[in-house]
Design a protein around this ligand. Structure first.
Ligand code: HEC
Ligand code: HEC
Ligand code: HEC
Ligand code: HEC
Ligand code: HEC
Ligand code: HEC
Ligand code: HEC
Length: 411
C-alpha cells in the first residue's frame, strides 16, 4: 500500500481519499524507505523539522507534490513565517497535524484529543508530558500492538505515573481501586469510541453519502471530493469492545503480537481488561499468485502456515477514488510497485481480527457500576472467560452496588 500510494494524489494534492502516505510518514522522500533498514543520512535529511516545531505551518505546502532532482515527493513549509514560529517543545496542534486522523471521529480510533472529549486536553496537558521523549525518540508505551516501531521499549506511558495506584477516594473509592488489578484505567474512563470496524476494498462506493468522512481534519482543512470512490466501511459509534492484554515485554509469551491479534486470556498472568476497537478487513488478493512470489517474501514459502497465503494487491488510491474500478486501481498500484500480478483479483477477509487500542478521550466520570454489572452491560463476561456461575454473579447489580469500602474482588 505504501509503495503504491506514497505520492498518490488527486491532481497533485493530498486528499483524505488519496491517503498519500508520505504526507505523514514523515520524510520528504520519493518512495518509502525499506522496512527494517535504518535511514541513510540522505533520507534522514529529508525529515521535515518544522511540521513538528513550527507553531505556524501551512499544511497546504506539505500536501502539494513537488518535483526536483530527487524525484516526485511531498512538499514542506520552509517559509520564514514557519521558521520564526519555532517552539522547543512541539505544540499539541503540531502533533495532531498527522495524528488527528488517527484520533478523529470516523477514522482510526475515534477518540479525539479535544477539550470537550478528553480531561487532559481540557487541562492543557501536552502530548509529550505523557509520551516522554529522549533525543527525538517518543515513548509509545508497552501496551500498543500495532506495526509501529517502539522508539523507547523500556518506557511505559501509564496513568498511574501521575495518579498513583489508588486514585479513587470517597464512598466507592475502595471498590474502584480494587478493580485496577484486573481492569485498565481506560476501560472505565473511555466509555465511548467511534470509527471503522469493517472495511471492504472489493466493493467501492461513492462517497457522497458519507460526506464528513472525507473531510475529517480540523488542521489541514482539506475539502472532500464529492463522488470519489472509497471502500465500503462500517462505522461503529458507541462502547468499545474489551479484551485481556499484557504488556509487550520480552518475558511475556502472551504479548499482543503484530496487528494486535488477541492472545492473552483471563488466566494469563498479569492480564487486565482493556478497551479496544475490533477491525475486520476485506483486502484485495491475487487469485493465483502467492505472497512468497513477491520480492523479499520468499521466506513465506518455507513455513506451511504462510506458504499458501495469496499475494496481497495494492490498489493505487488516486485511480480507485477517481474511477471506482478495482482492476484499474490494482493495475496502476502493482505497476508502481514493480510487482507482477496475474490480472485476476478477489476480495478476501483477512484471518483474525485486529484490535486497535484506545487511550485518549478520557472522561472525568468513569463508568457506573451498573454499566458493567447488569444483564445487558457493556462487557460480554462470558466471552471474557468467566464461568457461568461467575457471569451470574457479575451481572447482579444489586449485589455489586451493596459492596462496602474495603471490599475485595476475586483472587
Ligand atoms: C494523515 C496522516 C497519515 C497518512 C496520510 C497516512 N498515515 Fe499511516 N499512520 C499515521 C500515524 C500518525 C500513525 C501512527 C499512530 C497511529 O497508528 O495512531 C500511522 C500508522 C500507520 C501504520 C501502522 C498502523 C497499525 O495499526 O499497525 C501503517 C501500516 C500505516 N500507517 C500505513 C499507512 C499507509 C500505507 C498510508 C497510505 C495509504 C498511510 N499510512 C497514510 C498517519 C498517517
Ligand atoms: C515528530 C516531531 C518532531 C520532529 C519531526 C522534529 N522534532 Fe525536534 N523535538 C521534538 C520533541 C518532542 C522534542 C522534545 C521536547 C521535550 O520533550 O522537551 C524536540 C526537541 C528538539 C530540540 C531541543 C532539544 C533540547 O535538548 O532542548 C531541538 C534543537 C530540535 N528538536 C531540533 C529538531 C530538528 C533540527 C529537527 C529536524 C531535523 C527536528 N527537531 C524534528 C519533536 C520533533
Ligand atoms: C509529520 C507527521 C507526524 C507528526 C507531526 C507527528 N507524528 Fe507521531 N507518528 C507519525 C507516524 C507516521 C508514526 C508511525 C511511525 C512508524 O511507522 O513507525 C508516528 C508514531 C507515533 C507514536 C507511536 C504510535 C504507536 O501507535 O505506537 C507516538 C506515541 C507519536 N507518534 C507521538 C507523536 C507526538 C507526541 C508528536 C508531536 C511531538 C508527533 N507524534 C508528531 C507521524 C507524525
Ligand atoms: C494523559 C496522558 C496522555 C496524553 C496527554 C496523550 N497521550 Fe497518547 N497515549 C497515552 C497512553 C496511556 C497511551 C497507551 C500507552 C500504552 O499502550 O502503553 C497512549 C497512546 C498513544 C498512541 C498510540 C495509539 C493510540 O492512540 O492508542 C499515540 C499515537 C498517541 N498516544 C499519541 C498522542 C498524541 C499525538 C497526543 C497529543 C495530541 C497524546 N498522545 C496525548 C496517554 C496520553
Ligand atoms: C502526566 C501526568 C498524567 C498522566 C500520565 C495521566 N493523567 Fe489524568 N490527569 C492529569 C492532570 C494534570 C489532570 C487534571 C487535574 C485537574 O484538573 O484537577 C488529570 C485529570 C484526570 C481525570 C479527571 C480528574 C478530575 O478530578 O477531574 C481523570 C479521570 C484522569 N486524569 C484519568 C487518567 C487516565 C485514565 C490516565 C491514563 C490513560 C491518565 N489520567 C494519565 C495528569 C495525568
Ligand atoms: C471500575 C471502573 C474504574 C476503573 C477501573 C478506574 N476508574 Fe477512575 N473513576 C471511576 C468512577 C466511576 C469515577 C467517578 C467517581 C466519583 O465521581 O465519585 C472515577 C474517578 C476518577 C478520578 C477522579 C478522582 C475521584 O476520586 O473521583 C480519577 C483521577 C481517576 N478516576 C483515575 C483513574 C485511574 C488513574 C485509574 C487506573 C489506575 C482508574 N481511574 C480506574 C471508575 C473507574
Ligand atoms: C467497566 C466494567 C466495570 C465497572 C464499571 C465496575 N465493575 Fe465491578 N467488576 C468488573 C469485572 C470485569 C469484575 C471481575 C474482576 C475479576 O476478574 O476479578 C468485577 C468484579 C467486581 C466485584 C467482585 C465480584 C463479585 O460479584 O463479588 C464486585 C463486588 C464489583 N465488581 C463491584 C463493583 C462496583 C460496586 C462498581 C461500581 C462502583 C463496579 N464493580 C464497577 C467490571 C466492572
Amino acid at each position: 500500500m505504501a509503495g503504491a500510494n506514497w505520492v498518490a494524489a488527486s491532481g497533485g494534492r493530498f486528499t483524505p481519499q488519496s491517503s498519500g502516505c508520505g504526507v505523514c510518514h514523515i520524510g520528504s522522500l520519493p518512495a518509502p524507505p525499506e522496512p527494517g533498514k535504518p535511514a541513510t543520512v540522505t533520507q534522514a535529511q529529508t525529515v521535515d523539522c518544522l511540521v513538528c516545531h513550527a507553531k505556524t505551518y501551512d499544511w497546504r505546502r506539505r500536501s502539494t507534490l513537488v518535483r526536483d532532482a530527487s524525484g516526485l515527493h511531498w512538499g514542506e513549509d520552509t517559509s520564514l513565517t514557519a521558521a520564526l514560529s519555532v517552539t522547543r517543545v512541539p505544540t499539541n496542534a503540531a502533533c495532531l497535524r498527522c495524528h488527528e486522523h488517527a484520533f478523529s471521529y470516523d477514522y482510526k480510533r475515534g477518540t479525539p484529543f479535544t477539550p470537550a472529549n478528553d480531561v487532559h486536553a481540557k487541562a492543557g496537558l501536552r502530548c509529550v508530558t505523557c509520551h516522554v521523549t529522549e533525543h527525538h525518540k517518543i515513548a509509545k508505551g508497552l501496551y500498543e500492538s500495532d506495526m509501529v516501531a517502539n522508539d523507547l521499549p523500556d518506557v511505559a506511558v501509564s496513568c498511574t505515573r501521575c495518579h498513583g495506584p489508588s486514585p479513587h477516594t470517597g464512598r466507592t473509592g475502595a471498590i474502584l481501586n480494587a478493580h485496577i488489578r484486573r481492569l485498565a484505567c481506560q476501560t472505565c474512563h473511555i466509555p465511548r469510541v467511534s470509527g471503522i470496524v469493517y472495511e471492504n476494498w472489493g466493493r467501492p462506493v461513492r462517497d457522497d453519502a458519507r460526506g464528513p468522512y472525507s473531510a475529517i481534519s480540523k488542521y489541514d482543512r482539506i475539502p472532500s471530493i464529492r463522488g470519489a470512490f472509497v471502500p465500503t466501511v462500517r462505522i461503529h459509534r458507541g462502547t468499545p469492545s474489551y479484551m485481556w492484554r499484557v504488556p509487550n515485554t520480552q518475558d511475556q509469551p502472551q504479548a499482543q503480537n503484530w496487528m494486535a491479534l488477541a492472545t492473552a486470556q483471563r488466566s494469563t498472568r498479569g492480564a487486565r481488561i482493556f478497551p479496544v476497537r475490533a477491525l475486520t478487513q476485506v483486502l484485495l488478493v491475487d487469485r493465483t499468485r502467492k505472497m512468497w512470489q513477491a520480492p523479499r517474501m520468499a521466506f513465506m514459502k518455507d513455513d506451511s502456515r504462510t506458504a499458501d497465503f495469496p499475494l496481497l494487491l495494492a490498489p493505487n488510491r488516486a485511480v480507485y477514488n477517481r474511477t471506482g474500478n478495482v482492476t484499474h486501481a490494482i493495475a496502476a498500484g502493482m505497476k508502481a510497485l514493480g510487482v507482477p500480478w496475474s490480472g485476476q483479483w478477489m476480495a478476501m477477509r483477512m484471518p483474525g481480527t485486529s484490535y486497535i487500542s484506545v487511550n485518549h478521550g478520557v472522561r472525568r466520570h468513569g463508568l457506573a457500576c451498573a454499566a458493567c454489572h447488569s444483564a445487558h452491560g457493556v462487557m460480554d463476561f462470558k466471552a471474557l472467560g468467566y464461568s457461568p456461575r461467575q457471569v451470574r454473579q457479575l451481572e447482579r447489580p444489586e449485589k455489586a452496588g451493596r459492596v462496602d469500602a474495603g471490599a475485595r474482588l476475586w483472587r
